[in-house]
Design a protein around this ligand. Structure first.
Ligand code: UD1
Ligand code: CA
Length: 461
């Protein structure tokens, strides 16, 4: 489809969102609204994608640049004078060789490639095409007016419609395929003679009918073309996106999801065959879960890579890598930069940050391991703390392969515990410990025989 370009309209503020953030940057199921539209375009391999930016242009430009869509350009619409005005800014940027132009809103995150392909097919034999949908409550949308022969005559906006027109349930989805030459001529004719004083792209629909080349109109399901104009619609769209992604994971990939209603999985999350997602699990963008891994109940992961056969129970983790067969939780907090090797274990009430655990290394309970390298099979006993911060700088702790760090050891970084070395329980380790040594760093116990009895006799408790 190299002779087709898409123009995505993303310059509006989205007044009905009541937000300081441009509407198209709000996220649903882990992706921005405009990002969803661009994702639907990606498989079509179009010759060019032009995104019209205006409100918070720099932020929107950064977002669309990160979408990975090829041959993408942005144009500025500094004053938002309507959808027709937005297209007027885009048309001069179209490349040579572009003959047809898809125009899409930037606020329709449910859009899928299949329906864009339908639109391209429908438009092929016609001067152009548009998508419509039927709604029980059409309020807010432009109504589609058809002639007696069924052809589309015009679209009339809610605020300009007569009571009879308002009763029409077929609405404009705002998604069109135009012939480039016809579109270029039509937008030059637009005026702002309407209730909002804007240049309406919808007037181009009537111009096609007037010129004897009405747009072919195809009705799509409402849950594909619905626009998101306020926060309630944002929540509805996000729920639909998550549900359909979970369905894909269950039916097409082979993932067990115990309770889809309480499992939130963003659209960009990959989960492999025979993995299990237990109730109350939230998997945010950038997370990947390997085969047969069990995540949850109640785990919340963002940007994490979970290896095959790992278990991650009641855990919060961000930007962490969890190796194959590793066991995490319950009640672990893996912060950014945590890397757990194969069969490593991080157990209850353990917090890790910027820490690498070798294969089989363990911190089973109640520890803080930050800015650390933990060797293979090393054991970090209950209550160990890497004392990594002196109030000014962060320092590193290195624990060798097979080392045994005794309970309640404070490791005052920078410090190294050699391979196979031990630290005695309750030690505060300030100096490096050689391989295979035992370090004891605590004061010797003193026992005062009869001390308590004497105190009681003296009447002091
Ligand atoms: C528009 C259509 C309406 C249709 C509905 C479908 C017009 C006049 N109306 O209405 O018939 O039923 O979409 O969702 O086209 N935008 C710009 N620059 C502007 C104005 C808008 O880039 O000057 C962008 C917005 O950022 C948004 C898109 O265009 O992504 C649609 O704008 P919006 O204000 O949401 O249009 P609707 O009122 O929903
Ligand atoms: Ca809209």
């Amino acid at each position: 489809m190299r002779d087709v370009a898409a123009v995505v309209l993303a310059a509006g503020q989205g007044t009905r969102f009541r937000s300081d953030l441009a509407k198209v940057l709000h996220r649903a199921a882990g992706r921005s609204l405009v990002g969803h539209v661009l994702a639907a375009l990606r498989p079509l391999d179009l010759g060019q994608v032009v995104v019209v930016v205006g409100h918070q242009a720099d932020a929107v430009r950064a977002e669309v640049d990160a979408s990975g869509v090829a041959d993408l350009a942005t144009v500025d619409q500094t004053e938002q004078r309507g959808t027709g005005h937005a297209v007027q800014q885009a048309v001069p940027a179209l490349a040579d060789g572009i003959e047809r132009v898809l125009v899409l809103p930037g606020d329709t995150p449910l859009l899928i490639s299949d329906w864009l392909e339908r639109l391209l097919d429908e438009g092929a034999g016609h001067g152009g095409a548009m998508l419509t949908t039927h709604l029980d409550d059409p309020s807010g949308y432009g109504r589609v007016l058809r002639a007696d022969d069924g052809s589309v005559e015009a679209v009339v906006e809610q605020r300009d419609a007569t009571p009879a027109q308002l009763a029409v349930s077929e609405v404009n989805a705002g998604m069109y395929l135009f012939d480039r030459a016809r579109l270029t001529a039509a937008i030059a004719e637009l005026d702002d003679d309407n209730s909002q004083g804007e240049l309406y792209l919808t007037d181009v629909v009537a111009m096609h009918a007037r010129d004897g080349a009405p747009l072919a109109a195809t009705a799509a399901p409402a849950d594909v073309v619905a626009g998101v104009n306020d926060r309630a619609q944002l929540a509805d769209a996000a729920a639909l996106l998550r549900r359909s992604h979970l369905r894909h994971l269950m039916v097409e990939v082979g993932v067990t999801v115990d309770d889809p209603a309480s499992t939130h999985v963003d659209v960009d999350v990959e989960v492999a065959r025979d993995a299990v997602l237990r109730p109350g699990t939230i998997l945010e963008a950038g997370t990947r879960v390997g085969q047969r891994a069990v995540v949850g109940p109640n785990s919340h992961l963002a940007g994490c890579d979970v290896g095959p056969d790992a278990t991650v129970e009641s855990t919060r983790a961000t930007d962490a890598t969890i190796g194959a067969h590793a066991r995490v939780g319950p009640f672990a907090h893996l912060r950014s930069g945590t890397r757990l090797g194969e069969s490593a274990k991080v157990g209850a009430f353990v917090e890790t940050k910027n820490a690498t655990f070798g294969a089989g290394a363990k911190a089973p309970h109640l520890s803080y391991v930050g800015d650390a390298t933990v060797g293979e099979r090393a054991n970090i006993s209950c209550g160990v703390i890497t004392v990594n911060y002196d109030g000014q700088v962060k320092s590193h702790t290195t624990i060798g392969d097979g080392a045994f760090v005794g309970c309640d050891t404070m490791l005052i970084a920078p410090v190294t515990i050699g391979a196979g070395a031990y630290t005695a329980a309750g030690s505060t380790i300030t100096d490096d410990v050689p391989d295979d040594a035992l370090a004891i760093a605590r004061s010797r116990q003193t026992v005062k025989e009869g001390w308590a009895a004497r105190r009681r006799e003296a009447g002091q408790g």
